[in-house]
Design a protein around this ligand. Structure first.
Ligand code: ZN
Length: 325
């Protein structure tokens, strides 16, 4: 795609709500002037100028449209995720540009999470991420088979609707039992809930009529079809994303990676062309990112400049070389 073709494609998606014709992102009016000399528009109603990306997650972009579209295509093609370093090499862009771009796309994935309550059979399980204690030279020899934790671990609790078209929601909490509020909010009370044998899930019996547990120390799946294998498959993808692609995930942004993995899992059977259009359409409607706009310039994070206090100049030392009489 040439740059003008990419721009035309982006324009069609950006203004899809108005049949591809530009409208003002400030007041919504569709009567606009189009500048011939520059790629900007001016609203006839509020007289504000705007560009193709104004008010979207790509606002203040410096990348070419062709690069943005290619980045989305490469990003959706990664089954377990795409590392920013890889994207920066493939597109010949700076690593920091690629890092912020992938995080903006993760915000789009997060915004695409379903707002409706999950129904039918909903599997619930948590996956511990990070917080492994560094074992010294001797390692874990003769101790518990589980790697000891340092208390910084986080838990990604996933709610997964079973069946075709089922949706997934992820929440980052300190411990699995802290996810109860999110479960009650996002799972319909008529749903059948399936969890593992952990004792803190017993509280679900108070809120749902149909709750089943599978005891993983005995079996993975009961004969009557009670299992949590579908949500375990999501956890597996999350671990591959963490260990295989990114190697390290900041706990601050773990929710974004979890949302990305949930989206990839939900739409894994969708063609990459459709996935591309979903993400591009979502990005064109996603407002400017509070976390990622001007990230490398640390905009908003820096405290306001204080006038510097002048330190009083020390008294000059006067050396007296006069001969003493
Ligand atoms: Zn306007």
């Amino acid at each position: 795609m040439s740059e003008s073709e990419a721009k035309a494609a982006f324009r069609a998606v950006r203004f899809a709500d108005n049949g591809g014709e530009p409208f003002c992102p400030h007041c919504g009016a569709d009567a606009v002037y189009e500048f011939k000399s520059r790629a900007i528009f001016k609203c006839k109603a509020c007289e504000k100028q705007f560009s193709l990306t104004s008010g979207t997650i790509f606002a203040s972009r410096k990348l070419y449209f062709a690069d943005i579209l290619t980045a989305i295509a490469l990003f959706v093609n990664g089954v377990n995720g795409v590392a920013a370093l890889r994207l920066s090499r493939e597109l010949c862009i700076n690593y920091r540009t690629a890092f912020v771009l992938t995080h903006k796309l993760r915000e789009v994935f997060g915004a695409m999470a379903t707002a409706e309550q999950l129904t039918g059979v909903v599997e619930i399980d948590g996956a511990v991420v990070g917080g492994s204690k560094r074992l010294g030279n001797i390692g874990n020899k003769g101790k518990s088979p589980r790697t000891p934790k340092n208390g910084k671990e986080r838990n990604v609790v996933s709610l997964r609707e079973r069946g075709q078209g089922g949706r997934t929601l992820t929440f980052v909490v300190g411990h699995e039992k802290d996810a109860l509020g999110a479960i009650l909010k996002h799972v319909h009370s008529s749903a059948t809930v399936v969890t593992d044998e952990a004792a803190h899930w017993n509280v679900l019996h108070l809120h749902f009529d149909k709750v089943h547990h599978v005891n993983h120390s005995q079996e993975w799946s009961q004969r009557n079809g009670v299992h949590t294998n579908i949500v375990e498959s999501l956890n597996s993808r999350l671990r591959r994303n963490h260990r295989g692609v990114h190697h390290r995930i900041s706990p601050q942004y773990l929710h974004a990676y979890a949302a990305e993995v949930a989206w990839r899992e939900d739409f894994r059977r969708t063609s990459n062309g459709q996935q591309f259009m979903m993400v591009l359409g979502g990005a064109a409607r996603q407002p400017i990112s509070r976390d990622w706009k001007g990230y490398w310039q640390r905009r908003g994070e820096r405290p306001p400049k204080q006038p510097r206090e002048r330190t009083p100049r020390p008294e000059p030392i006067v050396l007296d070389f006069r001969p003493r009489v």
